[in-house]
Design a protein around this ligand. Structure first.
Ligand code: MN
Length: 472
C-alpha cells in the first residue's frame, strides 16, 4: 500500500504537518536500515521512495499556504488601517467645516452690520451710487451667510451634532409660515404660489418647527428658482391617518430633472447639471439638508420629475399619535390588514431576536418598544460597523437595517453580513428614508429580503417581520 502523494495536497496545514512528522519517522527507520546495511525488500524501497517524494511535495505546499496566509493577513491589516484613516478623515473634515463656518460668520456679521449702518446714513449721508454699492455688499453678504449656514448644518449632520427639538406642531401653520418666507422670491420671479389643504382637521405632527420650515423653504425656494415666469408652484398638505403620516408635497411647473440625475439630487456638494448651475446659483447643499433633516425626523422624502414637465417633492413625516392608548393601527382595522396577519404578528414574537440597526434615536424609541410588545427580543446597533459584529455574535432571527447611516451605510453592512454567512441566511429588511426610483432594487441586490420606506408604519413592519420568520 503505497501512499498517494497527490491525495494529501488537499489537506490543511496542520494535517500536512502531522503527515510530514509521520513520514519523517518512517524515513528515519528506513535510513537507519540502509545505514546498517540491511537488505531492503522491493516493497519497502518503493515505500521509501514514495515517502521522500511526498515529503517534498508536502513541504512545498505547506510553505505556499503559509505565504498565502501571511499575505492575506497583511492585506487585511492594510484594509483596517485604510478604513480607520478614512473614517478619521471624514470626522476631521466635518469638525473642520463646522468650526470654519462658525468662524466665518463672525467677520461676515460685522461686514453686514457696517454696510447696513452706512446705508441707514448713521455716519452721514451717502450718495445714490454709494448706496447702490452698499446694497450689493449687503445682498452678496446675506447670500454668503446663507451658504455658510448651509455648510454648517451639513457639517453638523455629518459630525452627528445636529439635534432636533421635537414638539407637537400644526402642519398647516408651518406650511403657511414657509410660504410667507418665499412669497417675495415668487413674486419677483413671476411665479404663482398656492397652498392646497385637502383635510378639514389640522395635521399635528412631532417636529422641530425651525427645521421643518427649513425643509419646506428649501423645497419651495428650489421650485421657484427652477420655474419660468408665468409658471406655478404649489404646496399641498395631506394627512394620511392609515399610513400614520403627514405629507408635504411641493410641485412646480418648472424645468424638471432628467431621470439619470435623480439619484445625484440629494448628495451634498453635487450640482445636478453644470449648465443649470451656471443659470441658477446655489450651493448644492439644500436638498442634501432636506434629506438629512427629514431623516432625523424619522420621515422620508421622494421625488418625481421629468424634463420640462416639472418636479414633485414629497416629504412624509410621522403623524403625532396620541399617547395613553394603543397605536391607532391596532384600533382601526383596515382592508389592507387582514385579521390573520394581525394575529400572526401578535403571536410571532416569542423566542425570536430582532437586530434593529438604526443611527437615529427617535426611530429606535418608536420601533424597539413596539417589537418588544410583540414579544421579540430586540438588540440595537447604532451603526453599520456595529451591526456586522452583532449579526455575527448574536445570530439574530431577523435584521432591520437602516440604509442612510454615516460610516458604513446599510447597503454595505448588508453585503458584509451576506458575505460572512455560510450555512444560514438571516432575513434582512431594509428601511430607507430616501425613496428614490430603483431604491428597492438596490436594497434587494445588496442582499435584503424586503424593503420598507420610512416613516415606518409599525403594523406593516410587524407583519413583514412575522411573514419573513414564517418563511424561514
Ligand atoms: Mn439613518
Amino acid at each position: 500500500m503505497t501512499p498517494d502523494p497527490a491525495a494529501s495536497c488537499e489537506s490543511s496545514p496542520d494535517e500536512l504537518a502531522e503527515e510530514v512528522a509521520r513520514l519523517r519517522k518512517i524515513n528515519k527507520v528506513l535510513m537507519d536500515r540502509v545505514e546498517r546495511g540491511m537488505d531492503l525488500t522491493g516493497g519497502a524501497y518503493s515505500l521509501f521512495q514514495a515517502a521522500t517524494v511526498l515529503e517534498q511535495k508536502v513541504l512545498e505546499r505547506t510553505g505556499a499556504l503559509e505565504a498565502a496566509k501571511e499575505s492575506m493577513e497583511r492585506a487585511n491589516q492594510d484594509l483596517v488601517a485604510a478604513k480607520e484613516a478614512a473614517e478619521g478623515a471624514l470626522r476631521t473634515k466635518d469638525e473642520f467645516l463646522a468650526s470654519m463656518s462658525h468662524e466665518l460668520r463672525t467677520p461676515l456679521n460685522a461686514i453686514l452690520g457696517a454696510a447696513e449702518s452706512l446705508i441707514e446714513g448713521i455716519q452721514g449721508p451717502v450718495s445714490d451710487a454709494q448706496e447702490q454699492s452698499l446694497r450689493i455688499v449687503e445682498t452678496s453678504g446675506r447670500h454668503l451667510l446663507a451658504l455658510i449656514n448651509d455648510v454648517l448644518d451639513v457639517a453638523r449632520v455629518g459630525a452627528g451634532e445636529l439635534a432636533l427639538h421635537l414638539e407637537p406642531v400644526f402642519g398647516q401653520a408651518v406650511a403657511r409660515a414657509s410660504l410667507n418666507i418665499v412669497s417675495g422670491a415668487a413674486h419677483k420671479q413671476g411665479v404663482s404660489l398656492t397652498l392646497v389643504d385637502s383635510g378639514e382637521d389640522p395635521c399635528t405632527l412631532m417636529a422641530d418647527e425651525r427645521r421643518l420650515k427649513q425643509i419646506l423653504v428649501n423645497l419651495l425656494g428650489n421650485a421657484i428658482k427652477f420655474t419660468e415666469p408665468g409658471g406655478s408652484v404649489r404646496l399641498e398638505i395631506v394627512s394620511d391617518p392609515v399610513g400614520e403620516v403627514v405629507r408635504f408635497i411641493v410641485s412646480d411647473s418648472g424645468v424638471g430633472i432628467a431621470a439619470e440625475d435623480l439619484d445625484k439630487l440629494f448628495k451634498p456638494f453635487v450640482q445636478v447639471d453644470s449648465t443649470l448651475s451656471r443659470r441658477f446659483e446655489g450651493s448644492g447643499l439644500g436638498l442634501s439638508l432636506v434629506a438629512s433633516m427629514t431623516e432625523l425626523h424619522g420621515g422620508s422624502v421622494s421625488v418625481q420629475s421629468e424634463l420640462a414637465e416639472g418636479s414633485t417633492f414629497t416629504v412624509s413625516l410621522p403623524m403625532l399619535i396620541e399617547v395613553g392608548d394603543n397605536t391607532p393601527s391596532e384600533r382601526v382595522p383596515t382592508a389592507e390588514a387582514p385579521q390573520q396577519a394581525a394575529e400572526a404578528v401578535a403571536s410571532s414574537g416569542s423566542g425570536h431576536t430582532v437586530l434593529l440597526v438604526e443611527d437615529n434615536q427617535a426611530n429606535v424609541d418608536v420601533i424597539a418598544p413596539y417589537l418588544e410588545a410583540k414579544g421579540y427580543e430586540v438588540l440595537i446597533a447604532m451603526g453599520g460597523a456595529l451591526s456586522i459584529e452583532m449579526a455575527r455574535e448574536h445570530q439574530p432571527s431577523v435584521i432591520l437595517m437602516d440604509i442612510q447611516m454615516p460610516g458604513i451605510n446599510g447597503l454595505e453592512a448588508i453585503q458584509c453580513i451576506r458575505e460572512e454567512e455560510t450555512d444560514r441566511r438571516t432575513p434582512i429588511v431594509a428601511l430607507t428614508a430616501l425613496a428614490m426610483p430603483g431604491d428597492r432594487e438596490r436594497c434587494l441586490e445588496a442582499g435584503a429580503d424586503d424593503h420598507i420606506t420610512k416613516p415606518v408604519r409599525l403594523r406593516h413592519l410587524g407583519e413583514t417581520v412575522a411573514s419573513l420568520l414564517a418563511d424561514c
